[in-house]
Ligand binder design. Structure first.
Ligand code: GTP
Ligand code: MG
Length: 443
């Protein structure tokens, strides 16, 4: 990629720290390094202890400068990493000096975008960079690191290669109609497509797990007032997030807390208890409850052993979106003194004593579709699963069209395009803009 502009950004998080890093990328950064340090040009990949100088030659700070010469750098361009003391003011001065020397501030994700344009990373790997930074559990870190190392991309490109091989034969047989049939018989397209479909299915299973690990599930707690929804949220989150009182109608606003169960993020949403009420504030809260239900992947209908599963609860369940998975949870089992939960199909818990919470967490994993494995092979995004699904549809159609060579060729082409969108081989500028704009600055 020909890119004349030098970009610079503070790459470390704001606040105070032992060390902070300003990162610079662009053409011919040796000159900038000389001007910044007043020393000889840096040697590539050698940490150089140096003073960083302002325009008047006065020292801003002393730190390490590391120079990476193009193309052997993260972005594929010349890169400078300036390691200074980690304070906001000192890093801003250092960044300001780089701007005076010809750099401009980098956009979010622009370093990684340049790495992508310079073929240092494909699109799925570039996304894995952002996912690694955002990872909240050890398993998510490992999954993102595997995607970054190319585990997912490699599986996709292997499949694309198999598609290309088949397309060569199929399209060849169109071009040379005489020998076409014999040419095509050599590869047995049907068997080849069936094989690819099996690989695609396995890949899709892993990707779905990878998406679950990355994004988790939104779980709404819903039910009558006073059954202990807020208490349950607090017990699951292991902190006092939501206000709890014995007055029905305590919760008015939607409160969310994210918990990790085996590394999977569950975004638990506490809501206002549902009942007929004349209180306008409570009514507003109940409207928010229904809005939260719209965004949920899963509903926990909370009841308690005092009132049991009431007629109101049953009516409430009929109002949930028909395709929303749900589970009835019976709270306050501590009041049962060891007796069984008074109806079938409900999980018994006590937000007060913590009884049943482990079983509830296991059930949440099950309902989320988590397959009992240590961790997913790699982290993935919804758009990857969509692309895999689309490729699958085209391959499935191709399978039914093996008698009609032109249509078969077209479906194979479309399947390849869909897969190519994962690694960025065929990606629109809009998609690239959308992906990189979500990065943090300096990455
Ligand atoms: N014994 C017992 N009491 C509980 C338990 N969970 C909650 N409570 C009590 O039930 C009352 C209501 O709890 P909340 O968590 O505020 O109930 P809620 O469902 O959020 O109520 P609203 O916000 O009004 O809809 C409080 O007095 C809690 O201390 C439990 O597991 N056992
Ligand atoms: Mg509440």
């Amino acid at each position: 990629m020909e890119n004349a502009e030098i970009i610079a950004a503070i790459a470390t998080a704001p606040g105070r720290a032992g060390i902070g890093v300003v990162r610079v990328s662009g053409p011919d950064l040796k000159t900038l390094a000389v001007q910044l340090t007043g020393k000889n040009p840096p040697v590539a990949r050698q940490a150089q202890l140096t003073r960083f100088l302002d325009a008047g030659g006065e020292g801003i700070d002393e730190g390490l400068l590391i120079y990476f010469a193009a193309p052997a750098s993260f972005t594929g361009e010349d890169v400078l990493e300036l390691q200074a003391h980690g304070g906001d003011a000192v890093l801003r001065l250092l960044l300001g000096r780089c701007l005076e020397l010809g750099a401009r501030i980098a956009q979010p994700g622009e370093f990684t975008q340049r790495a992508y344009f310079n073929h240092k990373l494909d699109l799925a790997q570039a996304e894995a960079v952002a996912d690694l930074i955002c990872a909240e559990s050890a398993a998510a870190v490992r999954g993102a690191a595997r995607s970054l190392a190319g585990v997912f991309s490699c599986k996709v490109t292997t499949l694309v290669q198999r598609l290309i091989d088949l397309r060569l034969h199929v399209e060849g047989s169109i071009d040379f109609t005489e020998e076409g049939v014999a040419f095509l018989e050599q590869v047995n397209p049907q068997r080849s497509i069936i094989g690819m479909l099996a690989t695609l299915d396995a890949l899709m299973d892993s990707a779905v797990q990878g998406v679950l690990m990355r994004s988790g599930r939104q779980v709404v707690l819903i039910g009558a007032p006073n059954v202990g929804k807020s208490s349950l949220l607090n017990a699951l989150a292991e902190e006092d997030r939501a206000l709890v009182t014995d007055i029905p109608g305590t919760t008015r606003d939607v409160i969310q807390s994210t918990i990790l169960i085996q590394g999977i993020p569950f975004h638990i949403v506490d809501t206002a208890g549902i009942r007929d009420t004349a209180d306008t504030i409570e009514q507003a809260g109940i409207r928010r409850t229904w809005a939260a239900v719209e965004h949920a992947d899963l509903a926990l209908i909370i009841t308690d052993v005092v009132s049991g599963l009431t007629g109101e609860d049953r009516i409430l369940m009929t109002k949930l979106p028909a395709d929303l998975p749900r589970q009835i949870v019976c709270n306050k089992i501590d009041l049962l003194d060891g007796a069984a939960v008074p109806w079938e199909g409900g999980v018994g818990v006590s937000a007060k004593t913590g009884a049943g919470l482990e079983a509830l967490k296991q059930l949440l994993l099950e309902l989320a579709g988590w397959q009992n494995q240590d961790e997913p092979a790699f982290l993935a995004r919804e758009r990857h699963v969509d692309a895999l699904r689309e490729a699958r549809q085209h391959l499935q159609r191709a399978l039914d069209l093996t008698a009609s060579i032109e249509l078969l060729a077209e479906e194979l082409r479309l399947a390849q395009n869909a897969l190519g969108r994962i690694t960025g081989e065929f990606s629109s500028d809009d998609l690239l803009g959308e992906i990189f704009s979500r990065f943090c600055i300096g990455k």
